[in-house]
Design a protein around this ligand. Structure first.
Ligand code: ITT
Length: 199
């Protein structure tokens, strides 16, 4: 049976410092979390064409190298008027310096170039858990909303300052972390993961 047992150590297979506190909060303090960075694991190249594919690739890579159960998140922002871009390329739009002010400007410029007034967008998170002996489970969660320019708020990470989830006035960048964690794409994927893997 593939299960996550309370107290066990899980490798958070991410090199993104913004994701680590969210993953820790969503796992609810019931697990010992060690990050890929702490274990000096190299970052794999994300060669798949879907969020789930890349999440499995990252989880399997970390599980193989660490010999421990590993959890990876592959996520991104999709913009309706840009045919889903940046999508799986969300991190890459920020360039080698991981400059998300640049990435957010790029989203705004692409919308202006397209003459688009549709501001609908959504975040996706694919979460994969891989065991060192081979099995892997993957789930996806989404949250829908609208883009807001100029960016607002200093909280969160990545594209949070330009994303306002449906039904809320604040962007993810303005929300308290626990408010984002109650309804984010990552939280929704976690609910599915818990249903599948936690008793
Ligand atoms: P790892 O692969 O090491 O986890 P990464 O940043 O490269 O780190 P991704 O390939 O999954 O991760 O890229 C997803 C990008 O999408 C990420 O860099 C963020 O900019 C953005 N993103 C994902 N979830 C987000 C969130 O909750 N809020 C804001 N931006 C988010």
């Amino acid at each position: 049976m593939l299960k996550l047992v309370k107290g066990m150590r899980i490798v958070a297979a991410t090199h993104n410092p913004g994701k680590v506190p969210e993953i820790a909060a969503l796992l609810g303090g019931d697990y010992e979390i060690v990050t890929a960075g702490q274990l000096n694991l190299p970052e794999p190249e994300e060669t798949e064409s879907t969020f789930s594919g890349n999440a499995m690739l990252k989880a399997r890579h970390a599980a193989r190298l660490s010999g421990e159960v590993s959890l990876a998140d592959d996520s991104g922002l999709s913009v309706a008027a840009l045919d889903g871009a940046p999508g799986i390329f969300s991190a890459r739009w920020a360039g080698p310096k991981k400059d998300f002010a640049l990435a957010m400007r790029k989203v705004e410029e692409r919308l202006e170039e397209a003459g688009a007034t549709d501001r609908r967008a959504w975040f996706t998170s694919a979460l994969a858990v891989a065991w060192p002996d081979g099995p892997c489970v993957v789930v996806e969660g989404e949250v829908h909303g609208e883009l807001a320019f100029p960016p607002r708020g200093e909280r969160g990470f990545g594209y949070d300052p330009i994303f306002r989830p449906d039904g809320f006035d604040q962007t993810f960048g303005e929300m308290e972390p626990h408010a984002k964690d109650a309804m984010s794409h990552r939280a929704r994927a976690f609910e599915k993961l818990k249903a599948a893997l936690i008793d």
